[in-house]
Write a protein that binds this ligand. Structure first.
Ligand SMILES: [Zn+2]
Length: 348
């Protein structure tokens, strides 16, 4: 498995609404393996592998990531921001960030989110809630004009510093593995899928982290009969998560999120996935949660309804600049998704 593509996906910035660079990378890497490429007017890109009379299947993985956006530039050159997506403000102070433009019309500019030195912190500072609006980014400039000359303006996108490392036991840590790892799985399945019965549309959706917007548009346009949504789900095998959540281990196999805030999965579809997993000897994990949604929430209710399965990679430390996944889960998920699409081709 070519992990180089995963690393490239991780290192390419793509905060929601600013996914152009990720899209360009995917088009370059996928065009030789698919029959059609379609970048829609909303910001999604879909790749089609033509079928042979089977159902129209939409495989969907969101390519955007959480981040920040510039809201104002102070006279003394500090940059103020708002969160894009579900950002934990407590982890931000002291982090390195990159301010970039989606279309590369100006260079990527590094900065540091300001943090009050521990020497000057008062006991009450430790208890104070942190809000993103209290923070500032320091890029080394000392005036508003200096910042503006770099092409930075309200709306400019900001991502976390891009990290990618191989850890022990085939585990990988990286920035925005939610959901570049899902996009990577989709790309690997597409490359391995030659002449399927099902007519497959591989969608890298935009703006998932701000409300599943891209998937909604794509599902309407493609009008699929069945769908597989690839995303990540939180592994609950860390000491801080206790026993009140579904059991989900890193390395324990793909997670079927059967119920979440956006979907209650069709049982027939779950049984089909179970039988494919059994055939290929893939362990499955099942998660039901009351919070969280994936693109599946929108795809499943598109038009007259689309039976949709959410196949997710277990992931630790979600929405932190360095998340962790297990390569074994990635490999198993590629096999599972390929098997499910083949099964769809046999009739639903
Ligand atoms: Zn996600």
């Amino acid at each position: 498995m070519n992990l180089g593509l995963l690393e490239e996906l991780v290192r390419t910035p793509g905060v929601s609404g600013h996914e152009t660079r990720v899209k360009k990378l995917l088009i370059e890497k996928m065009k030789g393996y698919v029959d059609e490429v379609n970048a829609d007017s909303f910001g999604n890109v879909s790749f089609r592998t033509k079928g042979n009379g089977g159902p129209r299947v939409m495989v969907c993985a969101h390519m955007d990531e959480i981040g920040l956006a510039v809201t104002r530039i102070d006279d003394n050159g500090y940059i103020r921001v708002i969160p894009i997506g579900y950002v934990d403000a407590r982890i931000l102070p002291g982090k390195k960030v990159i301010i970039y433009s989606a279309d590369e019309e100006h260079e990527s500019i590094p900065g540091i989110i300001g943090i009050k030195p521990i020497h000057f912190q008062k006991p009450e500072d430790a208890k104070r809630e942190i809000s993103v609006s209290d923070l500032h980014i320091d890029i080394g400039c000392s005036s508003k004009e200096e910042v503006e000359r770099l092409g930075i303006e309200p709306g400019s996108a900001i991502c976390f510093e891009k990290l990618f490392d191989r850890l022990q036991n085939d585990r990988l840590s990286g920035t925005s593995l939610d959901n570049r790892a899902g996009v990577y799985v989709m790309a690997e399945v597409a490359k391995a899928m030659q002449k399927p019965e099902a007519d497959v549309y591989w969608v890298a959706s935009c703006q998932e982290e701000v409300g599943l917007r891209g998937a909604k548009v794509a599902a309407f346009g493609i009008h699929p009969q069945l769908s597989i949504v690839l995303d990540v789900a939180i592994a609950t095998d860390t000491p801080d998560l206790g026993t009140s959540f579904s059991e989900a281990k890193l390395g324990g196999g793909p997670i079927i999120v059967s119920i979440d805030k956006g979907i209650i999965t069709n049982r027939k579809l779950i049984n089909l996935v179970k039988s494919v997993a059994k055939k290929h000897n893939i362990p499955l994990q099942f998660v039901t949660v009351s919070a969280g949604r994936t693109d599946g929430a929108e795809v499943s209710v598109a038009r007259a309804g689309v039976p949709t399965i959410q196949i997710c990679l277990p992931l630790r430390y979600a929405h932190n600049p360095a998340e962790i996944v297990d390569l074994k889960d990635i490999i198993a998920t590629v096999t599972l998704v390929k098997g499910v699409i083949e099964e769809f081709g046999n009739g639903w």
